[in-house]
Write a protein that binds this ligand. Structure first.
Ligand code: SF4
Length: 445
């Protein structure tokens, strides 16, 4: 059954909005005490008091139970707009609702659909962030997810002159993202470890750690110590998001997780100086070396390259895909894969702010890449689908999301932001993106 058939025959026969991620998947930010399911909808607060008697309340919040009831009734929860926007492109569009449901056995999907929406369910796949410690400060990130971004705002103050939805990301230090100081007792972290010790380590298929940069967080190493000291007690597959910066201790990681199955997810959407511009803190050569070190280890099952497709990365995205293909050819199709995730916030960094002639130029380059590779055995179906939907998106979708601001405001913010980013970070937009520079210079602020 292909992805579209899965949507039509398995999901849509339950309801037109059913998605198993709302039951079995969660992202939980322990630093801010927030969660969402899947990772696309906006985060909401976890009831701290409920955790005292029920650590499952980390996931089974009243807001998610309401969304589950809506999905059982075929209504669309508004937080899932990411999927509805894709599906509204046409009857054959495949959204993440498919990818995030088909990873579970069919009987679990049936169970979710039949379960009382108010019942607590056990998680199967969990993405968790212990804190926002991170040595990078990427342009599309913000202080809520990076302690280095916090330092930028503390040292240099707010980014000025921003008027669209992105302005709030860059004007303050987002203290609510880190409710407890390092070393203080965090009840959300306590609840996670309590749930983990009691039964989560048996029910969870996959635990994915994100951040910040998880490999810079003491709590991650506490969890890895649990795996080292309890070998064989859990069959949970470990997955770790990492920026694979030069500071991360991969030797320690590989030693800690020996005997465990581990997937690594690393963010990357461009190459060389452009990648270092977008992902401030990155050393692209060190990143390449770190991916190769991981691919040489039998402990690592797969390295996934996650592209966050934004206005700047289209200039070298196809070169990054060439690199991924080279690794596939060297190591095998299944050891390396890529996903193309479309940036929506802050919308002034969306690819859709580019002028039509540049969108057409980049779209044509992606079409050319696609024609060269789509029939090759090393391509995964999801990779072809992600390319198809990005190519379609660059042609048909006109605004990054439904509440987006009009283009002049987005252009203002694009120019304002990258002018200040250059000054604060010692970067040079014009030298790094010569294809964009004429359009960039013509933006009036
Ligand atoms: S955003 Fe899409 S994939 Fe995520 S929970 Fe909603 S419907 Fe599922």
């Amino acid at each position: 059954m292909n992805d579209l058939e899965f949507r039509q025959q398995v999901l849509d026969t339950k309801s037109a909005s059913f998605c198993a991620a709302k039951w079995y998947n969660a992202t939980i930010w322990l630093g801010s005490g927030q969660t969402t399911s899947c990772h696309h909808p906006p985060a909401h607060a976890i009831d701290r008091a409920a955790l005292e008697t029920n650590p499952r309340a980390l996931h089974n919040t009243p807001a998610k139970k309401l969304d589950r009831a809506m999905m059982q009734a075929g209504k669309r929860p508004s937080g899932c707009e990411y999927c509805w926007k894709i599906e509204d492109m046409g009857v054959s569009a495949v959204s993440d609702r498919v990818y995030k449901s088909r990873i579970y056995p069919l009987e679990l999907l049936d169970q979710a659909y039949a379960t009382d929406s108010q019942a607590d369910v056990d998680l199967r796949t969990l993405e968790i962030a212990f804190d926002r410690t991170c040595q990078f400060a990427c342009s599309y990130c913000n202080p809520a997810f990076s302690s280095t971004w916090v330092r930028d705002i503390e040292r240099n103050g707010a980014y000025e002159g921003l008027v669209s939805d992105g302005r709030n990301h860059f004007t303050h230090t987002h203290d609510s993202a880190q409710l407890y100081r390092y070393g203080e007792t965090n009840p959300y972290t306590e609840a996670f470890f309590a749930w983990w010790e009691s039964d989560l380590h048996q029910t969870l298929q996959e635990l994915r750690i994100t951040g910040g940069e998880p490999l810079m967080s003491g709590e991650l190493w506490k969890l890895l110590d649990w795996f080292r000291d309890n070998r064989g007690k859990s069959t949970t597959r470990l997955a770790i998001n990492s920026n694979l910066g030069p500071e991360v201790d991969l030797d320690r990681l590989l030693a800690s997780v020996a005997g465990q199955t581990v997937d690594i997810y690393t963010s990357q959407e461009s190459t060389g100086a452009q990648a270092e511009y977008i992902r401030d803190g990155l050393d692209y050569a060190a990143w390449l070396q770190n991916v190769e070190l991981l691919l040489s280890s039998p402990t690592i099952r797969t390295v996934h390259c996650m592209a966050t497709v934004n206005a700047l990365c289209l200039d070298s995205l196809d070169q990054l895909l060439d690199q991924v293909v080279a690794w596939k050819q060297q190591h095998s199709r299944d050891r390396v894969s890529f996903t193309l995730n479309i940036l929506r916030f802050p919308s002034f960094q969306s690819a859709l702010v580019l002028p039509p002639h540049l969108l057409l130029y980049y779209r044509n380059r992606l079409i050319a890449w696609m024609l060269n590779h789509r029939d090759k055995e090393y391509m995964h179906e999801h990779e072809i689908n992600h390319l198809d939907r990005l190519i379609e998106y660059l042609d048909r979708v006109k605004t990054p999301h439904s509440d987006t601001f009009e283009l002049p405001k987005l252009h203002n913010d694009f120019r304002q932001f990258y002018t200040q980013y250059d000054q604060r970070r010692g970067k040079n937009f014009a030298e790094t993106f010569p294809t964009l520079v004429k359009w960039y210079d013509d933006i009036q602020v």
